[in-house]
Every structure is written in C-alpha cells, then in structure tokens.
Design a protein around this ligand. Structure first.
Ligand SMILES: NC(=O)c1ccc[n+]([C@@H]2O[C@H](COP(=O)([O-])OP(=O)(O)OC[C@H]3O[C@@H](n4cnc5c(N)ncnc54)[C@H](OP(=O)(O)O)[C@@H]3O)[C@@H](O)[C@H]2O)c1
Length: 326
C-alpha cells in the first residue's frame, strides 16, 4: 500500500508518498481501508518538530480516519469486514490503518467518509470541553475561540445544538461570516486589540458563562476579562503559546473555574467519541470539511493548514488509488 511517511521532522520537510507494508491487526484492532483521514494540527506540529512534538522517524502520521473494515483481531466485538466506520487510531495517513475497536464507531450513513474522518480528535475534544467539563446548559453564553479551527467548529456546532448563546472569534471576515451562518450570535476578531470591548458590546454588556479556548498565549488573560463570576474556561490547545498570566486576586473574587482538557483514558475517549457523534446526528449536523487533498499531496495539505485560510477540517483521501487487498 501507499502511505504518507515523515522521514525527518523540520519546518520545511516534505512527506514522502511511498510503499509500505499493510499492517496486521492485533487481537483488539480493526484494519481499515482508509477512504479519508483528517490532517490534525498535531500532525503538523510533528512534521515541523514544533510544540515539543518531535517523534522517532520514519513515521506515518495521522490518527483520525474513516473507511471500510477489512479485517478484525480475535477480541474485536461489534465490527466485521465490510462495515463502514470512523476511528481514532494510528498511522492513518495511509491506504490501510489500524484502530482499537473501542475507539471505532459506525459511520453515520448520511455522512461522507471525509465528514466522518473529521470527527475523532477534534470532535471528542470539543465534546469533552463543552458538554462534559463545563456542562454547558441551554441559555448560557459561551465564547468559542478560534471557531474556524477543527476543535472550534465542533464546539460552535455543539454549543448551538445545546441551546447556548454562542459567541465566536476568528481571524478573518469570511470565517466570522461562516461562524454566524452556523448559528453564532456574533463573531469577533481575536487579533483585534479591542477584542474584550467588542465581545462585551456584542453581548449587550453581558459576560460569558463558558469560554472554550484552543489558542492560549497572551489572549488567555484577556479572555478572563469577559468571564462571568463563577464562569468556566477550558484550555484545550496552546497554538499561540503555552504561557498566560493570572491575577490571583481576580480569581479569588470572581470564583472562576479554570480547566485543562487533560489526558482522558481509553474509556473516557470512547465516551467522548460516542457523545460527540450522537449529538451531531441528533442535531442533524455534519462535521465541516473545508477541503480534501489526495493522500499523495499530503505535503501541500500541510502547507494549506499552515496558511490558516480554512474553516473546519482539512482531509486526505487515499483509498481510491490502486491498493491491493491485504
Ligand atoms: N489536548 C487535546 O486533546 C487536543 C485535541 C485537539 C486539539 N488540540 C489542540 O487544540 C489546538 C487547536 O486545534 P485545531 O485542530 O482546532 O486547530 P486548527 O484546526 O489548526 O485551527 C487553528 C486556527 O486557530 C486560529 N489561530 C489563532 N491564533 C493562532 C496562532 N497564533 N497560530 C495559528 N493559528 C491561530 C487560526 O484561525 P484564524 O485565522 O481564525 O486565526 C487557525 O486556523 C491545537 O493546538 C491542538 O494541538 C488539543
């Protein structure tokens, strides 16, 4: 089969579209013919060797996939060859990849494979932040930072479905318009020096009950200025930087709840995947796929991700290429 292989990490290093052996499923694994695999920001960090994400090479990147089961291990329950699935596995930027059966789910019939591949990492993170950690309730105000990103777009869709009053931030006009078309009350520019005043004005002077922040950096402290007393904020990414400062006096008097997304275990991840999928289907929402690239053009897909001119997920498609059944 073909895979997109990282031979060496570095800011300008390409991916290599090359032949590798089809993996064999272990007892708890399903082997999936990958029709679509999303490109995650973490894949990009690994390729670049940034954000402390250096890995041993050569390595095939990618965790999120959707496709058709072609073989299952002896312990696998609930799946058999021919099933259409989405999964959180490993080495997904390939024509075949493995996933543990507990992180594999049936693909909703009405979703494309690209839409299904968009869900696992970003969807489960957004679900954990918005539905689990903060327990967002109908009628509450939530600020979704970087709503054009993969996590942000899921958080926006889930927040709207849960009946919250959703405010979004995004760095470009067209992204802010898209956020509003998806149900945000207002969308503000997170690069604006006046962001805090603009959020307050958009919310009629009200503060946010919940903030979902995948960006971090210096923005974090400014976000706290619009967090209501007793409000909840979740850091689920540090794209813009890992350091932010906190006025402990304000924390004391405001009674904020400050959360990190943490590192959930196997059972929790399975529950978050299922929870996100069920909410999206109940809401008749689909994951947002900005653009697909053929697997062979993974390097171009990475460049596209780096330019940040997208909304939702960037997805690689690959199984259509000649790939002998294992
Ligand atoms: N811990 C976990 O389990 C977990 C899971 C998933 C993701 N994450 C993390 O969450 C973060 C977001 O992931 P994602 O997949 O949603 O990212 P993404 O799809 O790549 O979206 C990132 C968006 O953030 C905006 N942005 C704002 N400030 C930025 C900056 N300084 N540099 C680059 N982009 C900036 C950009 O849009 P604008 O044009 O609007 O600025 C960009 O398109 C990543 O750091 C990722 O590693 C963590």
């Amino acid at each position: 089969m073909y895979a997109s292989v990282l031979q060496r990490s570095g800011p300008t290093e390409p991916l290599h579209h090359q032949r590798v052996a089809v993996p064999l499923p272990g007892p708890d694994e399903v082997l999936i013919q990958v029709y679509a695999a999303s490109l995650d920001r973490v894949d990009n960090y690994i390729r670049q060797g940034s954000h402390g994400m250096a890995v041993a090479t050569p390595q095939t990147l990618g965790r999120d996939m959707a496709g058709v089961v072609t073989a299952v291990g002896a312990n696998v329950r609930g799946f058999r060859a021919g099933d259409e699935v989405l999964a959180l596995g490993s080495a997904a930027h390939a024509q075949y990849a493995l996933a543990p059966y507990w992180h594999t789910l049936p693909k909703p019939p009405r979703w494309s494979f690209a839409e299904a591949a968009a869900l696992p990492t970003a969807g489960r993170t957004a679900f954990d932040a918005i539905a689990n950690i903060t327990g967002l309730r109908s009628g509450e105000r939530v600020l979704v930072v970087a709503a054009s990103g993969a996590v942000g777009s899921f958080a926006l869709q889930l927040g709207v479905h849960l009946g919250a009053e959703v405010y979004a931030t995004a760095g470009q006009d067209w992204k802010r318009q898209t956020a509003c078309s998806l149900g945000a009350r207002a969308a503000l520019n997170h690069y604006s020096a006046d962001l805090v005043d603009e959020i307050r004005a958009a919310a009629g002077g009200a503060e946010m009950d919940v903030i979902i922040d995948p960006i971090g950096g210096e923005l974090w402290e400014r976000l706290l200025s619009v967090l209501a007393p007793g409000g909840r904020i979740v850091t689920c990414g540090v794209t813009a930087g890992a350091r932010g400062s906190l006025h402990l006096g304000r924390l004391m008097t405001k009674g904020w709840h400050i959360h990190g997304i943490g590192r959930p275990g196997r059972e929790e991840i399975a529950a978050h995947l299922r929870g996100c999928l069920d909410l999206m289907v109940a809401a008749d929402q689909r994951p947002i796929v900005d653009r697909t690239f053929p697997l062979a053009e993974a390097t171009a897909a990475h460049r596209y991700l780096e330019e940040s001119n997208f909304f939702g997920r960037v997805v690689l498609t690959g199984a259509e290429e000649s790939s002998p059944a294992p």
